[in-house]
Every structure is written in C-alpha cells, then in structure tokens.
Design a protein around this ligand. Structure first.
Ligand code: HEC
Ligand code: HEC
Ligand code: HEC
Ligand code: HEC
Ligand code: HEC
Length: 445
C-alpha cells in the first residue's frame, strides 16, 4: 500500500543521496525559530544520539556481526543512511547533518513513502513539502503534499518489522489503522502535533517570521511517553510534557464490595481504559516499556492491609500484570533484544478505546479499623531499572516511574481520599513529583 503522492517510487537506498544536499536545522531556524525550538527538545532531535538507542545499536551490531547496522540507522539517522555515511556506526564518516537525527530538511523533502521499516523516498533540494498550497518563501520553494497530513507519513518509521523474519516489533501504525481513530480520521498529527493530546485542537500563529497568521500551525514538540530520556536530554521540560500525555492516555476504575467482615476474601477489580491513545497502550518499543497497576489497601489508622504492584528489591514488579510485549528468541527463550526475536510470547497491551480488567484479592484481617481505603495507581516506566543498569552501570540513570492515573474505593464506610487527588491539581502535583522523584516514584534497588 502506497500512501500520499501519485507515483510509487522505490524507497531511497543506502548511499543514494549526497548529505550536502540537506540543510542543517540552524538554517531553517533563521525564519522558523519557534518550530526549531519545539523540535530541538523532542525525541526526533535525539533519535540517533539517544544513549539508550546507542547502547542497543552497538549491542545489536555485536550480536549480529554488523548485520543490523543499516537497518537500525535507517529511521534513527535517516540522513546518515541515505547518504551512506552511517554505518560505520562509530560515526567516523558521519557529517554534522547526519548526526542531527530526524531533522527538518530530511522530513520536509520526503515526497512519498510506504508503511514501515523506513520506506521513505528522500528528495533533498530546493522544494520543501508541507501542509499548505499557499506558503511561499524567499528561501526555498514550498509545495503542498497531502501525505504530510496523513498517518501514513508517520507510519514510514513508526511501524517496525524484524529484518530477519518480519516479526512485528513496533505496531503503532497498524494498531492505529485498525482502530476507530482511523475510521474517524483522527491522525497521529491531530494528537501529537496539536495541543489537544487526545484530539485535534487548533494552535493559531505563524510558522515563520514574516509569514501570514494562520488558524493552525502544527507543533513540532511531538512528545510521546518517554519521560525518562526526555528528562535526561531536554532539561526536564519535555519530560513534563510526556508525563502530561501519559496522564491523558488512560482512565482507571476500582470496584470493591461495600462491606466486608474479618476473615472474608475481598476482591478488588480494577478496570483500565485506553481512553486517549490512538494506538495500543503502551506502544512503540514495548519490549522495554512497562505499564502496570499498583494496589494498596489501608485501614482508618493508616495501617497497610494489602499491597501489590510494588517494585521489589530485584527490580521485579511484584504480583502485577505488566502490559507489554514479550519476545522470544529462536530457542523460545524470552529476550528483550528486538533483533534477536523470532516470536511473540504475549502481547496484552490495551487496544485503542479498549479496556482490561484485573482482580486482586486479600483476606480482611481481624483488627482493621473501618473505613478501609483502596487505592489503585496506573504506573509507567520507559524501561526496567535493571536493564538500564546492565547497559550503563548502576547509579548512572534513575528511570522515573510515572503515575498515569489513580482511582479509589472504600469498604465499610466512606474512606478519606488523599488530598492529592483533588482534580485540577494534576499539573502542579506532577511538577512537584518530578522534583521529588528521588523519594517518591523512583525504582528502589
Ligand atoms: C528566509 C526565511 C526562511 C528560511 C531560511 C526557511 N524558510 Fe521555510 N518558509 C518560510 C516562509 C516565510 C514560509 C511560508 C509560511 C507560510 O506561508 O505560512 C515557509 C514555508 C515552509 C514550508 C511550507 C509549510 C506549509 O505550510 O506548507 C516548509 C515545509 C518549510 N518552510 C520548511 C523549511 C525548512 C526545512 C527550512 C530549512 C532547510 C526552511 N523552511 C528555511 C521562510 C523560510
Ligand atoms: C518527523 C518529521 C518532521 C520533522 C523532524 C520536522 N517536521 Fe515540520 N512538519 C512535519 C509534518 C508531518 C507537518 C505537517 C503536519 C500537519 O499539518 O498535519 C509539518 C509542518 C511544518 C510546517 C508548516 C506548519 C504549519 O502548520 O503551517 C513548517 C513550516 C515546518 N513543518 C517546518 C519544520 C522545521 C523548520 C523543522 C525543523 C526545526 C521541522 N519542520 C521538522 C514533519 C516534520
Ligand atoms: C524518519 C523516521 C521518522 C518519521 C517520519 C517520524 N518519526 Fe517519530 N520517531 C522516530 C524515531 C527514530 C524516534 C525515536 C527516538 C528515540 O527514542 O530515540 C521517534 C520518536 C517519536 C515520538 C516520541 C516517542 C516517545 O517514546 O516519547 C513520537 C511521539 C513520534 N516520534 C511521533 C511521530 C509522528 C506523529 C510522526 C508523523 C508526523 C513521526 N513521529 C514521524 C522516527 C520517525
Ligand atoms: C487519539 C490521540 C492519539 C493518536 C491518534 C495517536 N497517538 Fe500516539 N500517543 C497518544 C498518547 C495519549 C500517548 C501516551 C501514551 C502512550 O505512550 O501510548 C501516545 C504515545 C505515543 C508514542 C510513545 C510511545 C512510548 O514509547 O512511550 C509514540 C511513538 C506515538 N504515540 C506515535 C503515534 C503515531 C505514529 C500515531 C499514528 C499512527 C499516533 N501516535 C496516534 C495519543 C495519540
Ligand atoms: C522503522 C524504523 C525503525 C527502525 C528500523 C529501528 N527503529 Fe528504533 N525506534 C523507532 C521508533 C519510531 C522509536 C520510538 C518508539 C518509542 O518511543 O517507543 C524507536 C525507539 C527505539 C529505542 C528506544 C529509545 C528510548 O529512548 O527509549 C531503542 C533502544 C531503539 N529504537 C533501538 C533500535 C535498534 C537497536 C534498531 C535496530 C535493530 C532499531 N531501533 C531500528 C524506529 C525504528
């Protein structure tokens, strides 16, 4: 299936284009200063230099004798790939523009493309393609291309299949295309390039100095859920935006019996609904990402009666369902290495607009003071702490655990809900929780 522009050309191959044909982002910033400052803090600007990516790039190369080098570079440094400068992955041949990761002039000179594995047609030069037919500039020619407004544009890179066996490793586009959002024509751009987060919302302004005011200018922050790397790389501001996005992604509901007597088994049902993400929740590199529910039950004296979903001393998430993709190698052994995967053991992620219900139970103790408070929290982290420690050494990075959503239930009367849950305090509290991350949500070793 080829989307967008009229002619179906072959995707651009390794070394087919000269890197000198691409302008660096600082050139565009002369006029598109706001867009550049938005892009600068985004994961697109770090896609190649991202330390987590670099660590896996090198590991994949070592494991496969270099067979994955071209594949892994294609989406993370598309200019490095099309110019034939990367690989070598030691960057000894790479020009500065290739190290700018997924940048302006690469994205705006793609003329057409296909779903998955970096199937883009790269045509650097005078013409910059975009969403308007009437956007002339003294610096370059501007041409309208509908492709830029379609989810298929993003699908070029946001759908990954194994180069060895075709196994789907990232199905962000596929899961969107099979959802109600695709039916309703709510695109990736609507949620990721507007202030709306879960739907289109206009952002009036100008896209360049001296350009006309327009009803909507697409935002280039393009955040996802990667609070971890964004905090490390972008001075925290974009990490906060990613946290905000995670908190819009899902809703949580808790059901408990109204009454329970000592000795009775109490069942807590927690329903998680993917109310805001236009794809599976979580999505992307889901052999690393983890989402789970933590449940705690306390009595009126603050005594803990039950807890599950806490991070244990071995960095294991205790007694909880983890929403993620589990991959296995050819021997059937579980692996987090996407290049070594041959099968999918399980994928319990939540479909767009879909729900999952899970149950926990405990025995009501003799001496509990009523009323009893049940708290459920939906938590997310970009990668397990122990995986990050294995890659970089202990103490180098602390992976933050993000509180996506919280819900409460009461047994034997109306329990007081902690004051943090006051609606409207979310944003402020998140800022505070980021500052306090060291003691509040950080994984314990
Ligand atoms: C000398 C100033 C200047 C420079 C430098 C410049 N642009 Fe532009 N660009 C403009 C103006 C002005 C427009 C018209 C905007 C409008 O009408 O909304 C424009 C329009 C565009 C459009 C079309 C947007 C649309 O709405 O369809 C794209 C894409 C674009 N520029 C990308 C770039 C890229 C990429 C670079 C760097 C390689 C760059 N520009 C450098 C001034 C500039
Ligand atoms: C990942 C690819 C990607 C990158 C990187 C990127 N853009 Fe864009 N840009 C897009 C897409 C897609 C749109 C159109 C979105 C829509 O309208 O739905 C767009 C829109 C624009 C527009 C038109 C804005 C409007 O709404 O009128 C301009 C101008 C522009 N980009 C310039 C830039 C500049 C300058 C940079 C670098 C600082 C940049 N882009 C980086 C993909 C990209
Ligand atoms: C040329 C390939 C390419 C294109 C085209 C592209 N992306 Fe990306 N995008 C990437 C890569 C690679 C990363 C991962 C960077 C990293 O984490 O190191 C990324 C990261 C992201 C993230 C951040 C993910 C997170 O974990 O927080 C979002 C959101 C995103 N892209 C959305 C989009 C949208 C929306 C479009 C279409 C308008 C798009 N991308 C087009 C390659 C691309
Ligand atoms: C209805 C709004 C909506 C639509 C449509 C949508 N997204 Fe998202 N996206 C979100 C929300 C909310 C999150 C944060 C929750 C999560 O990580 O899934 C997110 C997260 C992401 C992430 C980060 C995953 C990670 O590792 O943390 C990527 C990448 C992404 N989206 C890409 C896309 C692409 C590509 C499309 C189109 C095929 C798309 N999104 C369509 C709302 C949307
Ligand atoms: C088809 C395009 C594509 C190819 C090929 C690709 N990636 Fe990615 N990669 C992405 C996108 C898009 C994301 C962002 C998804 C997300 O945020 O979850 C990403 C994210 C990542 C991340 C997460 C970074 C972070 O900060 O959390 C790692 C690690 C990674 N890729 C490693 C690799 C390796 C290793 C290879 C080669 C075996 C590879 N990628 C090949 C598109 C690609």
């Amino acid at each position: 299936m080829t989307a967008g522009a009229a002619v179906a050309a072959e995707p651009t191959g390794f070394g087919e284009v000269d890197s000198e044909d691409f302008a660096g982002h600082s050139k565009c910033a002369n006029c598109h200063a706001i867009i550049r400052s938005q892009w600068e803090g985004s994961m697109h600007a770090y896609a190649y230099v991202d330390p987590l990516y670099q660590a896996e790039l090198v590991m994949a190369s070592e494991d496969t004798g270099g067979q994955t080098d071209e594949f892994c570079v294609r989406c993370h440094s598309p200019i490095g790939f099309v110019s034939g400068e990367i690989p070598p992955i030691d960057n000894s041949m790479a020009s500065d523009v290739a190290l700018e990761s997924v940048q302006c002039d690469f994205c705006h000179t793609v003329t057409e493309g296909d779903v998955g594995n970096g199937a883009f047609v790269s045509t650097p030069g005078e013409v910059k393609w975009g969403p308007h037919a009437d956007a002339p500039s003294a610096a370059h020619e501007s041409e309208f291309n509908e492709f830029y407004m379609e989810a298929e544009y993003c699908s070029m890179c946001h759908n990954v299949n194994s180069p060895f066996n075709g196994l789907p490793l990232d199905d962000t586009y596929t899961s969107w295309s099979e959802s109600q959002y695709a039916e309703d024509e709510v695109t990736c751009q609507d949620c990721h390039m507007t202030p709306g987060i879960t739907q289109f919302e206009a952002n009036p302004g100008r896209s360049a100095s001296g350009a006309p005011k327009r009803d909507h200018i697409s935002i280039h922050e393009i955040v996802g859920g990667n609070v971890f790397m964004l905090e490390e790389l972008s001075d925290g501001m974009y990490g906060e935006k990613a946290g905000e996005r995670l908190r819009e992604a899902a809703t949580l509901e808790v059901s408990v019996p109204a009454e329970a007597v000592a000795g009775e088994e109490v069942t807590i049902d927690v329903e998680i609904t993917n109310s805001g993400a236009g794809h599976k929740l979580p999505t992307g590199i889901t052999e690393l990402r983890q989402m789970w529910v933590e449940v705690s039950v306390t009595d009126a004296d603050g005594k803990e009666l039950y807890v599950s979903g806490q991070i244990g001393s071995e960095d294991n998430i205790e007694d909880a369902i983890i929403y993620q993709t589990v991959l296995a190698d050819p021997d059937g052994e579980v692996t987090a290495k996407l290049w070594g995967a041959e099968s999918i053991v399980s994928d319990n992620r939540i479909l767009p607009k879909g729900s999952a219900v899970e149950s926990r139970s405990f025995i009501m103790p003799e001496d509990a003071a009523d009323p009893i408070l049940v708290e459920a929290k939906l938590l997310y982290r970009s990668a397990p702490q122990h995986t990050v420690d294995e890659l970089f050494g202990e103490g180098v990075y602390d992976v933050p655990v993000i509180d996506m959503s919280t819900a409460y239930g009461s047994i034997n009367g109306e329990a007081d809900v902690p004051s943090e849950s006051t609606p409207g305090f979310g944003a402020l509290l998140f800022a505070v929780s980021l500052l306090a991350a060291g003691c509040v949500y950080r994984a314990k070793k």
